[in-house]
Design a protein around this ligand. Structure first.
Ligand code: NDP
Ligand code: 8X3
Length: 249
């Protein structure tokens, strides 16, 4: 199951995992995009099965209902990619919009928890599974204007560590993937549709692509069963940390 498969890293991960022969549950809010992706993957990989399941991770009842409604043959989810997430705004703490803060906290922390709570019991019962959480360089650092987004991604790091501890006796792997700048719809969402401002985030250097992160996720999933890639930081070559990017004109 991949959350946030309608765009960016989630969509790229769906392509890479479909190539590897996985059957995939594709989730996100934009139903049309999910169904288009499902149909495209089904045409390209006729031996695998793909299910589109539209829900908003912020709605606990919707998450529980969607996952409970899965047909029997889809119930045994062996891999959960907790990818759905977003940043909204880049204002200082005294100027930030509390509605933006709630969107980030509700999606990145609470949504991830709701999905995990619905899926993990099956993994525990089967004593097998792999949960991949999308953290960020912002799971380790904070930058001006990014306090709340960074706080949510610090929380994802803490939750990953906690999941690892709690799920350890059941042989379930938990991997935290922490990318630096990846060019996706992320900045368009952060700047509320201001495409020019979003594009300027990636000016003068080569950012990571969604496919780069999809391949990192594949690397974690294909490690031998006794190996848990627990915490992976992936940066563009031109980015040393959250605030240090080497740009050329
Ligand atoms: P995109 O904006 O391209 O994709 C985000 C995905 O999350 C979309 O599929 C969107 O689907 C889904 N999503 C957002 N809100 C919700 C919601 N309430 N319910 C269900 N799905 C939701 O961004 P990225 O691919 O870049 O981001 C993916 C993850 O990677 C995020 O967790 C992000 O924080 C993290 N990340 C991104 C980095 C970057 O530089 N891009 C760097 C480090 C981490 P829909 O709108 O259809 O619901
Ligand atoms: C996304 C990367 O640098 O905008 O997590 O926080 S950054």
């Amino acid at each position: 199951m991949i959350t946030g498969a309608t765009a960016g890293i989630g969509r790229a991960t769906a392509h890479v995992l479909a190539q590897d022969g996985h059957h995939l549950i594709l989730t996100g809010r934009r139903r049309e995009r999910l169904e288009a992706l499902r149909d495209e993957l089904a045409r390209t990989y006729p031996k695998s099965r793909f299910l589109a399941l539209a829900f908003d991770v912020r709605r606990r009842d919707a998450v529980e209902e969607a996952i409970a409604s899965l047909p029997d043959e889809w119930q045994a989810i062996d891999t959960l990619i907790n990818n759905a997430g977003l940043a909204v705004g880049l204002e200082s703490i005294h100027e930030g919009d509390p509605d933006d803060w709630e969107r980030m906290i509700d999606t990145n922390i609470k949504g991830l928890l709701y999905v995990t709570r619905a899926v993990a019991p099956g993994m525990v019962a089967r004593r097998a599974g792999h949960i991949v959480n999308l953290g960020s360089i912002s799971s380790r650092e904070v930058y001006p204007g990014g306090a709340v987004y960074c706080a949510t991604k610090h929380a994802v790091r803490a939750l990953s560590q906690g999941m690892r501890q709690d799920l350890l006796p059941y042989g379930i792997r938990v991997s935290l993937i922490c990318p630096g700048a990846v060019e996706t719809e992320f900045s368009i969402v952060r700047f509320k549709g201001d495409n020019q401002r979003a594009a300027s985030v990636y000016d003068g250097y080569t950012p990571l692509s969604a496919d780069d992160i999809a391949r990192t996720i594949r690397f974690a999933l294909t490690a031998p069963a006794h190996v848990d890639l627990q915490d992976i930081l992936v940066m563009p070559t031109a980015q040393a940390d959250a605030r240090t990017i080497h740009r050329t004109p």
